[in-house]
Design a protein around this ligand. Structure first.
Ligand SMILES: Cc1cc2nc3c(=O)[nH]c(=O)nc-3n(C[C@H](O)[C@H](O)[C@H](O)COP(=O)(O)O)c2cc1C
Length: 433
């Protein structure tokens, strides 16, 4: 019996920002990172390989967590600068026909109406390929750019997001699917009886509605979520249709997936209506030894750029890691940022974090195309299904080509990923199997 295929998606880490600007293969004219061209090429390559979606990461500040200064972040372009992901999404949409484009937008930074309008517009212009990576924000510096003293407490952010997403979905659906009549003879553009104010009055959110635009092709753009804490998982199991997760072992992947599926059933949802994709960064080459050599070179690079990685980890957790000795295990950490990440740091030394965890998130997948493809297939067999979210921090066209034109054809030969899209819209492709 043929295997049930799994899904592939791409994580544009560091968002619409500079990628491998100091690395070989970074491409000519590194100052051109402000143009969408490279990332549009990435979307095209991934569409050629039948990926479900590309997700554009975002955060909207120049961090200052590490050493209480912007310096490292600016000097080495650590997780910044970033241009607006929704603008990049528009260019990707224009250049593609099938792949889903998911934009990160924060519930503590956007007013719900504006977010509903933007995502509805992206779904219209993409003919049903838009998605929203729903984040609550995690960094004090980001919150301060929006007039707040700092981030709201972790769990309260999710309480606020519950209302937010409820209001947004009501706005998305405030026009009935058949409300736009456009009958020239009767001179009716939209049927007023089919467009409804929502009068949303919550504790955190108030919005009148209806949305200023008709229902989009998917009605609800696909919601993507990455909450890893218990509160985050509860939220994701209730609202998300695709969950992106970082797990260091196959067992952790399996138990996370089982937990989410059980929670989904608790909310009366079909667990198959959530696709959980695990973050990986495979390193493939013609020869096993060359892949290993490239992996080792990455570790050496990480060790010689400790500042870069510690600044990045500090931003994620909101904890200034410069305060800790490089070779002493980290104590129990309290984070109002990415709690799950902070927990994974405890008991490891900062140096171990940098040399061990930076080059290959998730399980290590290094070797020939055939070897890595077989490994990925085995992992999904063991986990029980769904798929992977691929990323490469220092992204290059070379890396994407190796995946799209090297690794994916191997996966196709194994019969474990699609050869062509089943449908036109993102949700339909995601739910096809
Ligand atoms: C693969 C992945 C991608 C993420 N992308 C973003 C992002 O673009 N912007 C953001 O603010 N947070 C992002 N996050 C963080 C999550 O939204 C969330 O805050 C984090 O996983 C911690 O979960 P928790 O809030 O439940 O503790 C990402 C997390 C993961 C695992």
């Amino acid at each position: 019996m043929p295997k049930k295929p799994f899904h592939l998606a791409w994580f544009v880490s560091r968002g619409y920002g500079p990628k491998a600007w100091r690395m070989p293969w970074g491409g000519p004219n590194p100052e051109q990172w402000v143009k969408p061209d490279m990332l549009v090429d990435v979307a095209r390559a991934l569409e050629r390989a039948g990926f479900d979606y590309v997700m554009i990461e975002d955060s909207s500040n120049i961090p200052y967590t590490y050493q209480n200064a912007h310096d490292t972040y600016l000097r080495l372009a650590v997780d910044s600068p970033k241009l607006d992901p929704a603008v990049l999404a528009s260019f990707m949409i224009q250049a593609t026909k099938n792949i889903g484009i998911i934009t990160t937008l924060s519930t503590t930074e956007y007013p719900p109406y504006l977010l509903a309008r933007l995502t509805n517009t992206l779904d219209h212009v993409s003919e049903g390929r838009a998605g929203w990576n729903l984040v609550t924000g995690s960094n004090d510096g980001g919150a301060q750019n929006y007039g707040l003293a700092g981030q709201f407490p972790h769990d309260q952010r999710y309480d606020m997001a519950e209302e937010f997403v409820d209001a947004v979905t009501q706005l998305w659906e405030s026009w009935d699917a058949d409300a736009m009549v456009i009958d020239q003879e009767r001179e009716i553009f939209a049927d007023p009886a089919k467009v409804h104010p929502i009068h949303y009055e919550g504790e955190y959110v108030r919005t009148r509605g209806p949305l200023a635009a008709p229902r989009s092709p998917q009605g609800r753009p696909v919601i993507c979520q990455a909450g890893g804490s218990p509160r985050g998982r509860a939220f994701a199991a209730k609202w998300a249709e695709t969950i992106i997760a970082s797990a260091g072992t196959v067992e952790a992947m399996k138990s996370l997936r089982e937990d989410i599926r059980a929670r989904a059933i608790g909310y009366g949802r079909n667990p198959d209506s959530i696709k959980i994709l695990f973050l990986i960064s495979p390193l493939v080459d013609e020869f096993h030894d060359s892949a290993i050599a490239r992996r080792d070179a990455r570790v050496v690079d990480a060790k010689t750029h400790m500042d870069w990685h510690l600044a990045s980890f500090s931003r994620l957790t909101g904890i200034d890691l410069s305060k800790y000795h490089l070779d002493e295990p980290l104590p129990e950490l309290t984070s109002n940022g990415h709690r799950t990440v902070a927990k994974q740091f405890e008991g490891r030394t900062p140096r171990q974090l940098v040399s061990g965890g930076s080059s290959t998130p998730g399980v290590e997948l290094v070797g020939t195309y055939q070897h890595v493809a077989a490994q990925m297939s085995e992992i999904i067999d063991e986990v029980g299904g769904d798929g992977f979210l691929l990323m490469q921090g220092d992204l290059t066209r070379r890396y994407v080509t190796e995946i799209a034109d090297g690794l994916v054809p191997e996966l196709q030969r194994l019969g474990v990923v699609r050869k062509k899209y089943e449908h036109k819209m993102l949700r339909d492709n995601l739910m096809a199997y």
